[in-house]
Ligand binder design. Structure first.
Ligand code: PLP
Length: 421
């Protein structure tokens, strides 16, 4: 089929707007009449810097990112950030602890004291609500050891070993002074999304609160977010922003020099803690405006084009996109819920995702045959990419920003037609 004949609901990478790709195809051959394609220009050129700065400014505008946040473009994907967040925030915790206790890293007795504090109190807190936050917590354990990782809650405990909900905040076991509290705002595989910023993590009246880190790989730019409540937000570009290859970090500047500097490698070694590869160290990337090494400027260019398009389409920026996202989700869930004998949404209603709709199909006893028929008939109508994740099975409809409202309408109609056929 041609591109215009299908609506693609794949979980990522996702579709990019066709007009952005058409412009990009020209830019790949000859960017702005320079005779060189966008992927061939030096990342050290003014042209590259302009692309980076514009994309940063437009992202900040779309999401209302406050002035005291830095935006980093990195490589390594969401998975790279599982490591980077653990390294950088553990390092920041050590640096701030050292300062708070007035310890001198050139004095062996002070280093010993700091080591005792680290051994006792360094905790990385993780909310495990799906496969991705589970992987992030496993990476923290691999790097720092299980003794430094605290699982605040694990939704598998309340669902007979399966993900599908978010444990009530009253059951969360938060550390007192954690180096980070990590959660995945939208679990792409399991279809579980935090409906709002967790109350338990909100800053107090003095503006101080826990150091909150969120993985927003699959729901960034689909809703307004209270950026000021986070110390870092990260996301791979490949679902709502651009092609695979760039990971964005929105980082509170107080975690960067001159306020916070990562401890020296020598000190970290003495404390028995791991040192990040330089490419994952935020202060290095920030100091170089994301150009410490060869960044894919082509990818940043596409991100910039997608953001420009969003700003032109929605005068109220991400709020406009949010209204469309909510409507798409409503259409699809309403269709599913209209036929409880045929469809079953997998996650709990209160925390089901607006962007990854996970459900099962059955007609009679044979779920497998019903889902195969659902996928085949959907594909015949140009509705593709609906197969669920291999670990979960079933159907997953991803309603990222490039799926238009009409795409969700077509899917909702198909869901209703299939149920009654
Ligand atoms: N976090 C979430 C929520 C994801 O959906 C994904 C991938 O789909 C990742 C992290 C991992 O990202 P990557 O494949 O870029 O490492």
């Amino acid at each position: 089929p041609s591109r215009s004949e299908i609506t693609y609901f794949g979980a990522g990478p996702a579709l990019l707007p066709t007009e952005v790709l058409e412009d990009a195809a020209k830019a790949l051959i000859n960017y702005q009449d320079t005779g060189l394609g966008i992927a061939e220009h030096s990342h050290r050129s003014q042209l590259a810097t302009d692309i980076i700065n514009k994309a940063k400014a437009d992202l900040a505008s779309c999401l209302d990112v406050p002035e005291d946040y830095e935006i980093l473009f990195m490589h390594g994907g969401g998975t790279g950030e599982f490591s980077a967040t653990a390294y950088n925030f553990a390092g920041a915790w050590v640096a701030n602890k050292q300062k708070e206790l007035g310890l001198d890293s050139t004095k062996p007795e002070d280093v010993q004291k700091l080591k005792e504090v680290v051994n006792k109190d360094l905790k990385l807190d993780y909310l495990v609500t799906g496969g991705w936050s589970q992987k992030a917590s496993a990476e923290a354990e691999r790097l720092f050891g299980a003794e430094h990782v605290n699982i605040v809650a694990d939704s598998r405990k309340e669902n007979g070993g399966k993900f599908g909900s978010i444990p009530d905040e009253s059951s969360w076991n938060l550390s007192k002074d954690a180096a980070l509290v990590y959660y995945c705002a939208n679990e792409t595989v399991d279809g579980v999304e935090f409906p709002a910023f967790p109350k338990a993590l909100e800053p107090g009246p003095d503006g101080k609160g826990p150091i909150v880190i969120a993985d927003m790989s699959s729901n960034i730019l689909t809703q307004k977010i209270p950026v000021k409540n986070f110390s870092a937000i990260f996301f791979g570009a490949q679902k709502n922003l651009g092609p695979t290859g760039i990971t964005v970090v929105i980082l509170k500047k107080s975690f960067l020099p001159p306020v916070t500097s990562q401890p020296s490698p020598a000190l970290m070694r003495k404390l028995g803690l791991p040192i990040p590869p330089i490419i994952l160290q935020y202060e290095t990337i920030a100091k170089n405006n994301s150009l410490y090494n060869t960044l894919s400027i082509f990818d940043v260019y596409i991100i910039g084009q997608v953001l420009q398009r969003m700003l032109k389409t929605y005068p109220d920026k991400v709020a406009g996109q949010q209204a469309v996202t909510d409507k798409k989700a409503q259409l699809v869930y309403d269709a599913i819920e209209a036929y409880p004998d045929v469809y079953r949404v997998i996650p709990a209603k209160a925390t089901r995702s607006r962007v990854n709709v996970c459900f099962r199909v059955s007609k009679g006893d044979d779920v497998d045959a019903a889902e195969k028929a659902f996928l085949a008939q959907g594909t015949a109508q140009g509705l593709t990419g609906l197969k669920g994740h291999r670990s979960l099975g079933g159907i997953r409809a991803s309603l990222y920003n490039s799926v238009p409202l009409e795409g969700a309408e077509k899917l909702a109609k198909f869901i209703r037609d299939f149920a009654t056929s």
